[in-house]
Ligand binder design. Structure first.
Ligand SMILES: CC(C)(COP(=O)(O)OP(=O)(O)OC[C@H]1O[C@@H](n2cnc3c(N)ncnc32)[C@H](O)[C@@H]1OP(=O)(O)O)[C@@H](O)C(=O)NCCC(=O)NCCS
Length: 166
């Protein structure tokens, strides 16, 4: 497996991943307009400056991605982490490796202090990935995000630079 930063040149691979995983990703995303599933929109997202996106490749194929977003500087130095792995690449450690790499990049590459990741309470696999990579569960947020058309409760997880150094 190889993990690297993605850019607009990876839009075709990202579109293919999203297209073939519409159902698999649906429960962890807001309802997407049809325009989201276009090369232009994926190029705009991957080439933009708001999010830092890493991809995991298995046999040279994009298997999943991690998004470091909502980066806040000043006294917070925080970001939010999201990730998704293609269904046929599941349960072989891709998310675990990707989350580890994304956290390393957030701390060492971007100089952030805290990474937060919030998971719908029923997503046991995702919670397992966070616990395996050193995140702590910090609380419960009711009706936190609108995913697949419903406001769903989320477990709140975080890791800080001190946790990684320790
Ligand atoms: C959740 C997701 C990221 C997991 O990716 P993955 O590459 O399969 O994860 P990994 O293989 O690295 O690790 C999965 C862990 O969860 C465990 N797991 C898988 N399904 C599980 C389940 N239903 N209940 C409990 N644990 C489960 C695995 O056994 C493994 O733990 P282990 O190594 O201790 O055995 C992936 O299924 C996915 O992208 N789902 C759709 C999008 C999504 O939910 N994103 C996260 C939003 S917060």
């Amino acid at each position: 497996m190889a993990i690297r930063l993605l850019d607009a040149g990876d839009a075709g691979a990202m579109l293919a991943l999203r297209e073939s995983n519409r159902d698999h990703f649906r429960r962890s995303e807001p309802i997407r307009p049809a325009s989201w599933f276009t090369l232009a929109e994926q190029e705009r997202w991957l080439g933009g400056v708001e999010d830092v996106i890493l991809g995991a490749f298995v046999d040279d194929e994009l298997a999943g991605f991690a998004r470091i977003g909502q980066i806040t500087r000043g006294g917070f130095q925080n970001c939010y982490l999201g990730y998704a792995i293609g269904e046929r690449f599941g349960r072989r450690g891709v998310a675990t490796a990707l989350v580890r790499a994304a956290v390393d990049h957030a701390f060492s590459g971007l100089g952030l202090h805290r990474v937060q990741a919030n998971v719908r309470t029923t997503n046991e696999a995702s919670k397992r990935v966070l616990l395996k990579t050193g995140f702590r569960r910090e609380g419960l947020a009711l009706r936190y995000l609108e995913l697949d058309g419903a406001w769903v409760d989320h477990d709140l997880f975080a890791i800080t630079a001190e946790d990684r150094q320790g």
